[in-house]
Design a protein around this ligand. Structure first.
Ligand SMILES: [Zn+2]
Length: 468
């Protein structure tokens, strides 16, 4: 069976056939860098990283574009609140996104264009849309430019809605619009906003509308037709509906298919800044091994909601440790070898719209069999280890991969911490010997502030990490 994927535009699962044989082009909407990425954001990165790995294993050359939305209302508001330039907020959170990619073993996108770097492409696209009669400058003095949704008969096709049933576009007051559902392609500069957040256009100074950014950047890097447009399901409307309308109204074929991952919920609601129930990737990765966090995020089917809880993550981490434990023990006995070919049932599961839960059943079955071979060892164990590592490699969670060398080998970070603490304890001992008790206490306080407890025993000080 060849790879079949669910297309959320047609709501059917069909065979994946790329526009250009042997190559796959994917665009998925990246982060609006108003804050560091949370677990909900990074689920999407993990989902598309697994898709990329599966396509590459099938022999495709994969190009992935994921934009960075580095300007919008929230970023400007944060900059103003924090008394620093808006772009300082954007760059800082973009770096946090890159750190999260790395922590969770995600290959960075092939291209990661920033919205503010593509204003000329957006201006050209707006001009094209005005020329074709699908966009118009605001009729008030806002300086906005809107997409005319009534001019595009297919508007609503992606989210399967009639225009009359749709909500108004909340991006600007309806005063200057032909229809309250018309959405902003371009936003006129407002008094009080920094001038650095505006660019000259034939319609006045202003800044990009969110939806237009993706259309302009997808066209630049992937051409007028590409294979897969992805993102979280919450982006289907209005963001993706609007992207599709703009690009097609400008004469492009745009995405052949749409792939949306389900949300990660916390407390029954989608994890989101606006809901206030976010958990940053760095916080979670402090409490659980990053490889187990990645395994948790990919172990559900990508179209199923994950109801996050610390208990469910802890349970998944234990389940993963069973697999990782087999890999380590088998590697000790017969050598690590290399990730090998995957079983046919695993391939069938992955080809069936990336059915990771079914693929994991095959993986766990193989681990059970492999565990039974541990005492015998030999070639049968080596072959089992190669199959298990092959499957883990597809999912990006092979504990023996160099990507995970630091996080699964506690001696790395643990040894570094030990040497730092030992140095400080030596300083403390010297201060005490010199009867400088204030200096000795400062060292103790410094360690306590870092979460390290010191206990003085007859054999010398003993240290431990609080709560570990
Ligand atoms: Zn987008």
């Amino acid at each position: 069976m060849a790879l079949h994927l669910y297309d959320s535009a047609t709501r059917r699962t069909t065979e994946f056939v790329p526009v250009v044989p042997g190559r796959v082009s994917i665009y998925h909407c990246g982060l609006t860098v108003q804050g560091p990425p949370h677990l909900g954001h990074i689920r999407k990165e993990v989902v598309f990283d697994v898709l990329r790995r599966w396509l590459e294993r099938a022999g495709y050359e994969v190009t992935i574009v994921a934009n960075v939305t580095d300007i919008d209302d929230k970023i400007l508001a944060k900059g103003a609140d924090q008394g620093r330039p808006w772009y300082a907020v954007a760059y800082e959170n973009e770096r946090a996104l890159h750190a999260a990619y790395e922590v969770l073993g995600c290959t960075p996108p092939t291209y990661e264009p920033r919205a503010t770097g593509h204003v000329p492409e957006m201006i050209e696209m707006i001009a094209e849309l005005i020329e074709r009669g699908h966009a118009y400058p605001a009729t008030d003095d806002s300086g906005d430019v809107y997409f005319d949704v009534r001019s595009w008969p297919e508007y609503g096709a992606l989210s399967n809605q009639r225009v009359d049933d749709m909500q108004d576009a909340p991006d600007a007051p309806a005063d200057g619009k032909r229809d309250p559902r018309d959405f902003a392609l371009w936003k006129g500069h407002k008094d009080g906003e920094p001038r650095s957040a505006s660019w000259p256009t034939p319609w006045g100074r202003g800044r990009p509308g969110w939806h237009l950014e993706c259309s302009a950047m997808a066209a630049k890097y992937l051409g007028s037709e590409f294979d897969i447009h992805g993102g979280g399901l919450d982006l289907r409307f209005p963001h993706h509906e609007n992207e599709m309308a703009q690009s097609r109204a400008a004469g492009q074929a745009f995405a052949r298919r749409w792939m949306h991952n389900a949300m990660l919920n916390l407390g029954g609601a989608k994890m989101a800044k606006s809901v206030g129930n976010t958990l940053s990737v760095s916080e979670v990765a402090k409490r659980f091994p990053a490889i187990a966090v990645r395994y948790y995020l990919l172990s559900a089917h990508y179209r199923s909601i994950i109801e996050y809880s610390e208990e469910s993550l802890a349970e998944t981490a234990v389940a993963f440790e069973r697999i990782a434990g087999f890999v380590r023990r088998a590697a000790e006995l017969v050598g690590a070898g290399e990730p090998g070919p995957v079983p046919e049932e695993f391939t069938a599961a992955m080809d069936d719209d990336l059915s990771v839960p079914a693929a994991l059943a095959v993986l766990n079955g193989e681990v059970t069999q492999g565990n039974g071979l541990l005492t015998a060892g030999g070639e049968a164990l080596a072959a089992s280890l190669a199959r298990v590592r092959g499957m883990l490699d597809v999912l990006g969670v092979d504990p023996l991969s160099p990507v995970w060398a630091c996080s699964v080998e506690p001696s790395g970070a643990g040894a570094a911490l030990g040497s730092l603490v030992d140095d400080l304890l030596a300083q403390r001992a010297q201060a005490r010997a010199a009867k400088d008790f204030a200096a000795a206490d400062r060292v103790r306080d410094q360690l306590a502030a870092a979460g390290i407890e010191i206990e003085d025993t007859p054999h010398g000080p003993r240290w431990s990490v609080k709560g570990a």
